[in-house]
Ligand binder design. Sequence first.
Ligand SMILES: Cc1cc2nc3c(=O)[nH]c(=O)nc-3n(C[C@H](O)[C@H](O)[C@H](O)COP(=O)(O)OP(=O)(O)OC[C@H]3O[C@@H](n4cnc5c(N)ncnc54)[C@H](O)[C@@H]3O)c2cc1C
Ligand SMILES: *[C@@H]1O[C@H](CO)[C@@H](O)[C@H](O)[C@H]1NC(C)=O
Ligand SMILES: *[C@@H]1O[C@H](CO)[C@@H](O)[C@H](O)[C@H]1NC(C)=O
Length: 643
Amino acid sequence: MAKFGGIRFVILTLLSVLNERTSTLSLTPADRRLYDDLKAGRGLYNNDDKVTVLNVTNFKQSVYGTRNAWIIEFYNSWCGFCHRFAPIWKSLAADIYDWKDVITVAAVDCANDDNNPLCREYEIMHYPMLKFFPANSKPDHMGVTVNKGKNVEEIRTTVIELLRKEHMEGRGASWPNITPYRNSDIKNLWKHVPRSVKFLILIFEDTDSFIGTEVMLDLHKLDRVQLRCVPSQNEAVFKLMGVSTFPSMVVVETDMTTFPLTVTDKTRESFRKTIKTFLSSRHISIPKDELLKSHEAPQTMEIADLLSLMAAEEESKKKIDIKQMGDVVFYVDLERAVSYSLKHEVPSHKLISGEAFTALKDYLNILLKYFPMSSRTMKVLDNLKSSILKHTKEIRGEKVLEYLNKFDDGEDSVFTSHDWIGCKGSKPQYRGYPCSLWTLFHTLTVNAVIQNQQLDSLEVLSAMLGYITYFFGCEDCSKHFQEMASRSMHEVSSPRESVLWLWRAHNEANKRLSGDSTEDPEHVKIQFPSHNTCLLCRNKDDSWDVDEVINHLNQMYGKQNISYLGIKKENIPSDVESVFAENLLLNEVEKKQIGWNFNIFDISLCVVLYAFSATILILICIKFVMRRGYRKKLYIHDILGKV
Ligand SMILES: Cc1cc2nc3c(=O)[nH]c(=O)nc-3n(C[C@H](O)[C@H](O)[C@H](O)COP(=O)(O)OP(=O)(O)OC[C@H]3O[C@@H](n4cnc5c(N)ncnc54)[C@H](O)[C@@H]3O)c2cc1C
Ligand SMILES: *[C@@H]1O[C@H](CO)[C@@H](O)[C@H](O)[C@H]1NC(C)=O
Ligand SMILES: *[C@@H]1O[C@H](CO)[C@@H](O)[C@H](O)[C@H]1NC(C)=O
C-alpha cells in the first residue's frame, strides 16, 4: 500500500508537470481563464469581458431604479447553444460599452445553484433568454423578453429600437437625445443644449438606418459637441443644409453657420473617426483613452472547441500516465463492464428463460459476492436480484433494464457514464467492453480466492461461462471460450486453480489474436504478464513460475490494489476508502494487517511459550503448597507444645 501511495505521488507530479507544459501549448491566457472558470463553475463571463455579471445577491439592487436600462442574458453554462452565443454576447458588450450609462449588458448564470430562485422568479424556461429592463424600473418589473439575434448587429439594432421607444415614452431623461429631430424649424436646434457645447453635428439618415444613433451613443461623453439625428423625411432641414445623400453629416456652429463633414465610407467607425479628427482640428481635446479605445471583445476560441480541446489534452495526459502505471485495474472499467452487460447485453434479449435465466442469476450472484463495490452499488444490484428472483422461470430482457433504471436513476447513478481508463483504446474501435469483461472476470476469480468463501471452486468460472455462452454479444468469442471450457475447465479443483485457468485461457486468446486486425497497435497482445511488469514470473528457461504468476495476479486484481481514479467518493467501497486518506492512516491500516498476520511459526512459538509459562506456574504452585504443608505441621506442633 505504501507503494500505491508512491505511485499516486508520481502520477500527481507527472500531471502537474504535463499541465504546466500543455498550458503553454496552444491556448491564449483568455482561453485558459475561460476554461478554468467553466471548470470551477464560475460561468461563461469574467473580468476580461465587458459583460456585467449579476447573481442572486446583487441582481435587484443593480437592476431596479437605475438611470440606465439593462439587457440581461439568462444562460446556463452547460448549454451548448449558450456556448455558441457567449462570444456574441461578449462582442456586443464590448461594442456598446460606451453606452453603459444608457444601457448595460449583463448576464446571469442559471446553472449556478445559488441563482436558482432568481431564474425561477423571472421564469427562465429556456437558455439563453434575453430580458430588457427599462431605466428606473420598479422592483415588480419582470423584464421584457427580447429576441436574440444571429449576430451583434442584429441585437444592437434591437437595443436601439428599445431605447428609442423608451426615450419617446419619456424615460431615460438623463440620456442623450436619441429621438430624431423632426421639427422643420432649425431655430429649435440649440434649445436645451448646455453652454459648454460648441458644435452641433447633425447626422442625416434614412429611417431604416441606425448609424446616427450608434455614433451618437458612442460619443455622448464628449462635452464640447452634441450629436442629433435627422430623418430623411425631414425634407425642410436637409434641403436647407444642402444635403443630398444619406447618411451624411453637417456641423452647426453656435452662430448657425453650417458646413458638411465628408466621410470616406458610410460606416459607424468612419463617422466616429471623422468627428474626432474634426474636433482635433478645432483644438478640442479628446481624452486619450477615447482615442485608444478598442471596441473588440478579447478573442477566445469557440467554447465547444475549447472544451473538446481541453478534454483531448486531459485524455492524452491520462494515456501516458496510465501506460506508466503498468498492470493496474481501474474500477471505472469494471463498472462499465457490469453496466454495459446489464443495461445493453442482457436487455437486448427478448425473453430470458431456461439455462439463460439461470446464467443471469448466477452472474448476479458472483457480482454480489466478489465484485468490490460500495454499499450503494450493492444495494442497486441486490434490489435487481430480488426483483429478478420474483420471476420464477423467465424474464423479459427489457424488464431487467426497467428494474435497473428504477433502482439506479437520476444524476446520482452508481453506474456513471465515465469513459474507459485502463481499457481505453487508441481508437474507438479498439479494446473497450471485451477488455473490461476479461478484467471483470479476472477480478472476480482473484477476489473469490482472497475472500475464501467460494462454495465450489468452479463457482465463478461456471457463472462466467454461462454469461459468455448466453449473453456475450461476440459470437466468435463465445464459441472459442466454450471450446476452451469444455476442453479443460473440469480439471479445475481449487479456487486457486480457477485463477490460473482463466489466466491460461486468456493467454490462449492473446496468442490467437496477436497480430490480428482487431489488435490495438498501442496495446499489442502479449503472453501475460510481460517481462517488464513481472520479472519473477518466468524461470530462466522462460517457462512460467506459476506461484509468482499467482502473486502477480493477486496484486493486480486484488480489491485493495484496484484504482478508483475518477470515481466519486460515495461510490468507493468503504473498506478501501482508506487508500485515499493521509499516509498516516495508511500506516495504521498496514499495522493492523501486520498485527493479525500470524503464520504457523508464530502460532507454534506462542504454544511453546504458553506451555513453558504454564509449567513454571505449576512448579511454583507445587513448591508453595509443600512449604505451606511443612509450616502447618510446625504450627500444630507448636500449639501442641504450648498446650
Ligand atoms: C471471454 C472472451 C473471449 C474472447 N474471444 C475472442 C475471440 O475468439 N476472438 C476475438 O477476436 N476476440 C475475442 N475476445 C476479445 C479479445 O480477447 C480482447 O478482449 C479484445 O481484442 C481487446 O483486447 P485488449 O488489448 O484490450 O486486451 P484484453 O485481451 O481484452 O485484456 C484486457 C486486460 O487484461 C490483462 N490481461 C491480458 N492477458 C491476461 C491474462 N492472461 N491473465 C490476466 N490478465 C490478462 C491485461 O491487463 C489486458 O490489458 C474475447 C473476449 C472475451 C472476454
Ligand atoms: C454575487 O457576486 C458578487 C460580486 O461578484 C459576489 O461578491 C457574491 O458573492 C456573489 N453571490 C453569490 C451568491 O454568488
Ligand atoms: C498491491 O498490494 C500489495 C499489498 O496488499 C503490495 O505489496 C503491492 O505492492 C501492491 N501492488 C501494486 C502493483 O500496487
